[in-house]
Design a protein around this ligand. Structure first.
Ligand SMILES: Cc1cc2nc3c(=O)[nH]c(=O)nc-3n(C[C@H](O)[C@H](O)[C@H](O)COP(=O)(O)O)c2cc1C
Length: 320
């Protein structure tokens, strides 16, 4: 069903890659997405190798299907890469210049390498670096936004310039959008926001509620959430309500969490999206969301989300 160059390359059934989403992802969500036939992913950024290994062990217990490990270049930890690359089908990079040495390292360990890019020049550099597939991220995306173009102008240009499979990311939250970009020549899609309210997600329940209540218009581009963020300055796709709540908040810290026996406080406008375990003013944290947020209508198992979207895309493409 919906076989593409991406599904053949990676060995999955459905042309959907779960986006890297930091601590919003859980091994449970990654496994559920992989078990549903798509490519589940988990992000390792700013954590210890042992912690990453434990999460990978859990993920491997929950699925025997291919999955990816998402790595942010400013948090690159070669120890984690050494541990993860032999176990993952894909090592997925974001937020740094495509690096041929890193790609060779991944290939030598037996995994595929993908790179999420924000411009055609970056896509060409990723292909030259040896990446097996590329993700073109449009300005509609949730979280950190790499480039300045909307998805369709970027995708069209990238597809003209590279020959490896290209996935489309940013604002895609339903089968109609999937059908649209597949018809345009994409080999699949990468989706983040649509999975925030998945039953298996690690998003804080108040964040999930805000995402469900939001319309597409509530996803805005901003650079306000920049405090202690090694990826900043940059633009993010965030809920407008989160900016308003953080602006209205009087005080230095909006929330806190206890991790490994240590209490961490989150400063106002710090770029950390709210995951389970946080206490405080969740609504004033970095509630990242892409324009696909209007497609998130309820809490659902990830498998149901995947099946619904694929069914809709399949019908539309057959009709076309
Ligand atoms: C809550 C959230 C956290 C994100 N964190 C990461 C991350 O850790 N690594 C990464 O590569 N991309 C991250 N992104 C961006 C995604 O890779 C992707 O470009 C984006 O989700 C696509 O747009 P969509 O959210 O409309 O599907 C994040 C996106 C969201 C919504």
């Amino acid at each position: 069903m919906l076989e593409t160059a991406f599904t053949r390359l990676v060995g999955c059934n459905v042309p959907i890659q779960l986006a890297g989403m930091g601590s919003i992802l859980s091994p449970e969500l990654a496994a559920a997405v992989s078990n549903a036939g798509a490519l589940g992913q988990i992000t390792f950024a700013g954590i210890e190798v042992d912690d990453a290994r434990r999460r990978l062990d859990r993920l491997s217990q929950l699925t025997s299907k291919p999955f990816g490990v998402n790595v942010l270049i400013p948090y690159l930890d070669m120890g984690i890469l050494e541990m993860a690359a032999p176990r993952a089908r894909v090592i997925d990079f974001f937020w740094g210049d495509p690096d041929p040495e890193l790609v060779s390292f991944v290939h030598d360990a037996g995994a595929l390498a993908s790179w999420q890019v924000g411009s055609t020049a970056e896509a060409m550099a990723a292909e030259q670096a040896g990446c097996d597939f590329i993700i073109a991220q449009g300005f509609e995306a949730g979280g950190h936004i790499r480039g300045t173009l909307g998805l369709l102008p970027l995708l069209s240009s990238v597809l003209d310039e590279v020959s490896v499979p290209v996935l489309a990311a940013g604002g895609i939250g339903n089968g109609r959008s999937i059908a649209g970009v597949l018809a345009a020549g994409a080999a699949g899609v990468r989706m983040g926001t649509r999975f925030i309210a998945a039953e298996e997600s690690n998003a804080h329940p108040d964040y999930v509620k805000a995402v469900i209540a939001a319309r597409a218009e509530d996803s805005v581009r901003t650079n306000r959430f920049h405090v202690e963020c090694p990826l900043c300055p940059s633009t993010h796709g965030v809920l407008r309500q989160a900016i308003e709540a953080a602006e209205a908040f009087e005080g230095e810290y909006v929330a806190e969490i206890e991790l490994g026996g240590e209490r961490t406080r989150i400063a106002r406008f710090r770029g950390v999206p709210p995951f389970k375990g946080f206490h405080g003013h969740i609504e004033a944290m970095a509630c990242y969301a892409g324009q696909s947020v209007g497609d998130v209508k309820k809490v659902q198992p990830a498998a149901e989300i995947v099946a619904e979207m694929v069914d809709e895309a399949d019908k539309l493409l057959n009709r076309a």
